[in-house]
Design a protein around this ligand. Structure first.
Ligand SMILES: NC(=O)c1ccc[n+]([C@@H]2O[C@H](COP(=O)([O-])OP(=O)(O)OC[C@H]3O[C@@H](n4cnc5c(N)ncnc54)[C@H](OP(=O)(O)O)[C@@H]3O)[C@@H](O)[C@H]2O)c1
Length: 331
């Protein structure tokens, strides 16, 4: 967990008096965030679709894990009762069925807002994504943009809203370097789609830090924060760096636009959809920030070179288990 790398903010006692309800808290970012919250003495109500699947979280002190259908408005009303803040991290990268993006990224935030307002929740932290925009190139970015817009329109009704728009996030159990490592170990030659697409990866510990600050800083209210790491890289550079960290000699072949699109059209039919045409469209816009890192969070950010070698070689059994599930399309 991220405390091995950084812990920069202390949660005020006022925040600890009421529960914090987290949606999507069982995922990569959620686990790091929930871990920090409970370490600092917060009580977390974690709603999940499948309690049994994440039973390792049951033993975390301060975490009340509830199996619930978060798409049911009544469920949200019930579990937001008594909460001081709600954090919504729930999202999908690919649709299983047409309409899923809208359900998770637009309908769910709408229900979350209504339940927050009805239950007197003071603050809502909403996770969006860099380049999320109703006019974005991909369905993912458009739906994320619509959800983010909805959330901020609720601030006129008194809800204290803050949203985060990160580039790709790295850290132990991430979906980026761990996946690259898997590919590099499996294939003798590695084709890289959208090889020239740029990213500014941000460390999960730094993202968690931003959430902690936003939970208590009044000045954060109403803001949409773009979050990027200190440097940007092309997709090809990230893959080559992963190979270097693992000590693997692999030809890494960058694909151009046409072959990337073709590859996505084929791979979206594989189990677990490793790459889809919608992902390809998302990567047509560089995932890099235009301005400075928001001053409210301080200036220190973690370079990926300081962290990735530490965790890449030490993937635990659980991470491998989830990799296999993803590959089998059971995620
Ligand atoms: N990871 C990144 O590089 C990155 C970059 C930019 C933005 N973000 C955003 O950061 C947030 C967290 O990302 P992450 O990487 O931690 O994601 P993740 O590991 O895939 O976890 C997402 C969580 O969302 C919940 N979820 C998934 N499908 C759902 C559905 N159909 N209905 C309801 N809940 C569902 C799951 O909770 P249960 O299974 O417990 O129900 C899961 O724990 C997301 O909003 C994502 O868009 C991530």
């Amino acid at each position: 967990m991220v405390e091995e790398f950084s812990l920069k903010v202390q949660i005020q006692s006022e925040i600890k008096k009421r529960d914090i309800c987290v949606l999507g808290g069982t995922g990569f970012v959620g686990r790091h965030l929930v871990n920090q919250l409970v370490k600092q003495g917060c009580r977390v109500r974690l709603l999940t679709r499948n309690r049994e699947r994440y039973r390792d979280l049951l033993v975390w002190p301060g975490v009340e894990m509830v199996e619930a259908n978060i798409h049911d408005a009544q469920v949200l009303h019930k579990y937001f009762e008594g909460c001081g803040a709600v954090i919504n991290l729930a999202a999908i990268l690919n649709e299983k069925r047409h309409g899923d993006f809208h359900i998770v990224h637009v309908d769910l935030p709408r229900k979350v807002i209504q339940a927050c307002l009805a239950q007197g929740v003071k603050r809502l932290l909403h996770m969006s994504a860099l380049n999320a925009n109703v006019r974005g190139l991909s369905h993912y970015l458009r739906s994320k943009g619509e959800g983010e817009g909805l959330v901020h329109s609720s601030s006129t009704q008194g809800l204290q809203v803050i949203s985060f728009r990160p580039s790709v996030i790295f850290g132990p159990d991430d979906h980026l370097f761990n996946r690259f490592a898997q590919i590099l170990k499996l294939f003798p030659v590695v084709p890289v789609p959208c090889a020239a697409a740029r990213f500014a990866p941000i460390f999960v510990g730094d993202v968690v830090h931003c959430f902690m600050v936003a939970l208590q800083e009044h000045a954060a209210i109403g803001h949409r924060y773009d979050l990027c790491g200190p440097k940007s890289y092309t997709m090809q550079q990230l893959m080559e760096y992963t190979a270097q960290v693992l000590g693997l000699q692999r030809p890494v072949i960058g694909l151009g636009n046409v072959s990337s699109r073709l590859m996505a059209s084929m791979m979206e039919f594989l189990p677990g959809k490793p790459l889809t045409r919608d992902n390809y469209l998302s990567m047509q816009t560089d995932s890099v920030c235009q301005g400075e890192f928001p001053a409210i969070f301080g200036t220190q950010r973690t370079a990926l070179e300081a962290v990735v070698p530490v965790y890449l070689g030490h993937r635990d059994q659980r991470a491998r288990y989830y990799d296999y599930r993803r590959m089998a399309g059971r995620d």
